[in-house]
Structures are given as structure tokens and as C-alpha cells.
Write a protein of this length. Structure first.
Length: 122
């Protein structure tokens, strides 16, 4: 199993547990916002991690993937914020807080699955 797939599985489990744990403490609109945040953050993070894994041996492409994924995450938060507040969505604030939290939490998981390739030794 590739490290990207392991990262995706663990990330999905962590995000799922967080979403379920918040359920009793939030009203329905806020909980829906947290769920939407999870559904937005998880694929962005998994794709970002897969790109970093793909280009880890090519410094220039790795840096492009790293900087690009950072810009994409910031843009996603901006677009989601704009859409939430223009539409008057009730759970907008919890959604944005959850989105930023999911991005940060999933970033913290990356080093556990980002291992250098072995070149046949050790």
C-alpha cells in the first residue's frame, strides 16, 4: 500500500471521527457546515500529499507542488468563505473554522507518511 493511500485512509478516519464528535455539540446548520468543511478539506489534502510524494525526488517540482498546494488551500478557504457569506448560509462560521482546522490537522499528519524512498540499502 502506498504512503498516499495510507495517508488518505488515516486522514479520512481522523476527519470522520472529528465530525462525529462535534455532532452532539452543534445545531444542525453548524454541523452541516462542519461536514461540508470535511468534504472539501479531505480531497484537497490527499491530492496535495500525493503530489508531494510524487515529486519528492525532484526538488523543483516538489517546491512547485508544495507552494502550489499552499496557495490552493488559501484559495479554497477564500472561495468557501465568499460562497458561505454571499449565500447567507447559517453554518458559515463553524464551516470556516472547521475547514482551517482540518487543513492544519491533516498537515500535521503528513510527516508520519512522508518517508524517503529506500535505494536498496538498509
Amino acid at each position: 500500500m502506498t504512503s498516499s493511500l495510507r495517508y488518505a485512509k488515516v486522514g479520512t478516519a481522523v476527519v470522520g471521527i472529528v465530525v462525529l464528535l462535534t455532532w452532539p455539540f452543534l445545531d444542525s446548520e453548524s454541523w452541516r457546515g462542519v461536514l461540508i468543511a470535511a468534504l472539501v478539506a479531505l480531497p484537497v489534502q490527499v491530492i496535495s500529499f500525493a503530489l508531494l510524494q510524487r515529486y519528492r525526488d525532484e526538488l523543483k517540482r516538489f517546491m512547485i507542488a508544495w507552494i502550489g498546494s499552499t496557495v490552493v488551500r488559501m484559495a479554497v478557504i477564500g472561495v468557501v468563505a465568499l460562497m458561505a457569506f454571499r449565500s447567507g448560509m447559517g453554518g458559515g462560521v463553524p464551516m470556516l473554522l472547521a475547514l482551517a482546522t482540518f487543513f492544519f490537522g491533516l498537515l500535521l499528519l503528513e510527516p508520519m507518511y512522508f518517508r524517503p524512498k529506500r535505494n536498496g540499502t538498509g
